[in-house]
Design a binder for this molecule. Structure first.
Ligand code: SF4
Length: 477
């Protein structure tokens, strides 16, 4: 299936005393699993000695009790979950990336995408550097470590690196003595700080990661901010803050983030409910039941139901146990895969006029299958409502929508799309409604480039593709 997918989640810990940080990082990554299921990794720092384990697959599969034990105790840790959108599927691109450099060791984990990664990589390769992977994290490591030669601290090197890195990045770095977190000046990907009752600092892509380790949310990392954790506590470097208008990815609220997370002051669940309410106001319809496509459509369906007065129903059961090791059916039996992953609840929809809420329509094939499932389960009418505007442009900031020719809304009118997916009516969130779904969000601007083409950064001139790599979508359906 061609779906909208997030690239990564990052998690970091700093403790004044040695503690079982591997286990805490495991819990944090477990909570961030929705942001990436391809590979994961944890690096633990015990007074400058880094012990790292990475593996392909889910956090629960990669980190057995023995492996967590082998990572030992430490006072700093960095973790990562990855959904590879660039480079290969495979261990070579797993993070954290750990490097040795002239002033010590460093581990890097990041979420986002560097739009000038190709140029940076070429610059280093022409100077004789060797790359082991095809991901951006290694390019970031080169930029930071080369800046580290000139600077007196890791945080100064990160500041210099931020001048060179263009694009979306929420990253966590670990030096022998410090944990450093930073967010690109647009704040495209989220990043927040928490603290446990034992005084351990936590940095996480989403607040659900802080909750998972029993921590208390402290605040979000601001766009452009560098936050340093060391023996003196936490301090902030704000030289890159306010240099540009913020551009948080609005899809974090619509689809990527977990509904129990709060991003930049707005609860994800509240944003989804609001989107559903707006759809009910904008596209009212006579119907008997509102159902959402799990997971992100569920809260929006609640919003649509509340605003319209139409009953809410559980229209689908999603099989939660399909992991990356699931053996996808051959082309001829792809229909079966949808049924295994998602099954309609006929008692909810049979003989009814159904409002169906989903977060996006990308290529249209998935939506068509879902509408067909409802009809096969006895739905009399299916009125589809989408909590995002039509997707018409590529995303260069860490999702796997990089080819515009696959986007159904680029070449088809709304009425045509309704016909193609088999819906009786179709309504997308309007572009001018996107900015109002995240009530209470402290950031003033959102990235909406995939809907309107206004990219907050320059677009990449080239996308790095290693011709010897196995292509990212090989083996995916
Ligand atoms: S282009 Fe779309 S998916 Fe990509 S960062 Fe911007 S809003 Fe998010």
């Amino acid at each position: 299936m061609f779906e909208l997918k997030e690239e990564c989640g990052v998690f970091g810990l700093y403790s004044q005393r040695a503690a079982d940080l591997a286990r805490l990082a495991y819990y944090g990554l477990f909570a961030l699993q929705h942001r990436g299921q391809e590979s994961c990794g944890i690096s633990v720092n015990d007074h400058g000695v880094f012990t790292t384990h990475t593996g392909n697959g889910l956090v629960n599969d990669v980190f057995t009790a023995d492996i967590l034990e082998s990572l030992g105790k430490g006072n700093i840790s960095v973790g990562h979950v990855r959904y590879g959108t660039r480079g290969t599927i495979g261990l070579v691109n797993a993070q954290p990336v750990v490097v040795n450099h002239i002033k010590g060791r460093m581990a890097v984990a990041y979420n986002g995408r560097i739009v000038n990664a190709c140029e940076l990589r070429e610059k280093f390769e022409l100077a004789g550097s060797i790359f082991h992977s095809s991901g951006d994290a290694e390019a970031i490591a080169h930029v930071v470590t080369s800046a580290r030669i000139r600077t007196s601290s890791i945080e100064s090197a990160v500041g210099e690196a931020m001048d060179e890195l263009k694009g979306a990045y929420s990253m966590i770095l670990m030096s022998p003595a410090k944990l450093v977190a930073c967010r690109d000046p647009y704040g495209i990907r989220p990043l927040c700080i928490g603290k446990t009752a034992e005084g351990i600092w936590v940095v996480s892509s989403e607040s659900c990661g802080i909750d998972a380790v029993g921590g208390t949310f402290v605040r979000d990392v601001e766009p452009g901010e560098i936050v340093v954790f060391d023996s003196d506590g936490m301090r902030s470097i704000r030289t890159h803050c306010g240099s540009t208008k913020s551009a948080l990815c609005v899809f974090e609220y619509i689809y990527f983030a977990r509904p129990d997370s709060v991003i930049d002051g707005c609860a994800v669940q509240a944003a989804r409910i609001k989107a559903g309410e707006l759809l009910a106001e904008t596209y009212p319809v006579e119907a008997d039941v509102v159902v959402g496509v799990p997971d992100s459509g569920l809260d929006a369906a609640v919003g649509y139901s509340r605003k319209s007065g139409i009953a809410y129903g559980v229209g689908f059961i999603k099989n939660k146990y399909i992991g990356r090791t699931f053996i996808a059916p051959e082309q001829a039996t792809r229909e079966g895969k949808v049924r295994i992953k998602l099954n309609p609840v006929s008692v909810t929809v049979s003989g009814k006029r159904v409002v169906l809420i989903d977060d996006s329509i990308v290529r249209g094939t998935t939506s068509a299958r879902i509408v067909r499932l409802l009809r096969e389960a006895g739905a009399k009418e299916v009125h589809m409502r989408v909590t995002a505007p039509p997707f018409i442009n590529a995303c260069y900031y860490g999702t796997d929508i990089s080819e515009t020719d696959a986007l159904i809304a680029r070449d088809h009118k709304l009425e045509d799309i309704a016909g193609i997916i088999g819906a009786d009516s179709l309504g997308y969130l309007k572009r001018n409604q996107v900015g109002i779904i995240a009530e209470g969000c402290k950031l003033k601007g959102f990235c909406t480039a995939c809907f309107d083409g206004y990219y907050p950064t320059e677009k990449p001139e080239r996308i790095f593709v290693n011709k010897y790599d196995k292509k990212i979508n090989e083996g995916r359906s």
